[in-house]
Design a protein around this ligand. Sequence first.
Ligand code: TXA
Ligand code: MG
Length: 333
Amino acid sequence: MTATNSDIEKAAGVLRAGGLVVFPTETVYGLGANAEDRAAVSRIFEVKGRPPSHPLIVHIAGVEHLGDWVENVPATARLLAEHFWPGPLTLVLRRGRRVPFEATGGLETVAVRVPDHPLALALLATFGGGVTAPSANRFGSVSPTTADHVRAELGDAVDFVLDGSPCQVGVESTIVDVTSDVPAVLRPGGVTREDLEAVLGYPLEVPSASRVRVPGQHPSHYAPRARVVLVDPEQVIAEAELARERGHRVGVFLPPPFADAPVKAHAVVAVPRSMAAYARGLYGFLRELDQRGCDLIIASLPPEEGLGLAIANRLRRAAGPRPSASNIPAPRP
Ligand code: TXA
Ligand code: MG
């Protein structure tokens, strides 16, 4: 089902009344609140189970509103905003006075973006203000790319769900800190490093897997229930079959060169050859393997260029250490 104009009106009304609205963006579904309503913003953290120190992204209707939300707009920020918005790019800038500390986790900076989705843009235009929204999942788990994912995970905890089709990009926005002269990529995402460098005209520093640059980015973010283990592409089949012999219900991400190879496993996902299709499908694949009862997922990293950089980042985090061992299911006896 896709939302109608009256759904947009209703959703905007819910935001004005201090409620929470789930809405589709081109990247993932967001859990939105009126950015200037402290109580509503605080409720996002309760619903997600997210620590209040983890800042949110303020979504706005267009680049022309940027100045309303940030203290000043350096030339580099303006260049990137004008080039990539609407689109999967989030800019971190000095916080404007309209933005409450509830939204920034106490920081003097704020993350802002214009999403490239007709329903999100219609909602933002109708509502008229800024909408703070994290991905519409429980803290630490896989981001939702369909309205069904959201309902399965958040159910009645939200006031309204704007139903759109599956998200077209499938991984979250690229976050770039433009508060200093040297822009820094804090999270790889839907806008590639190559695209950014082409517009900037110089190379960018991208964080290594081990360094956590963004507050609120645990190593174990984006994790399904099943434990994720990363191996070399050539090793995927052998490792999966070994784990199966040891009693695991193994899900396999079969890399493109081995798409047709037979593999003894509980569930198999053939990884798309195109990185855009892989990004679009990634979170759905992880959810699917959870749903099919896998306790272990064997996967490999794609080449870390283009969208492959964001995919590899999410897979690494999905495979990262968990805050507690309790959510790792034991293998079958
Ligand atoms: O594609 C997306 O970005 C999606 C859609 C819904 O827009 N949103 C999203 O939100 O992924 P969330 O909350 O799951 O991730 C936002 C990230 C967090 O890792 C947070 O730490 C970072 O943005 N962030 C927010 N404000 C920041 C700030 N002032 N400085 C540095 N990082 C910030
Ligand atoms: Mg998230």
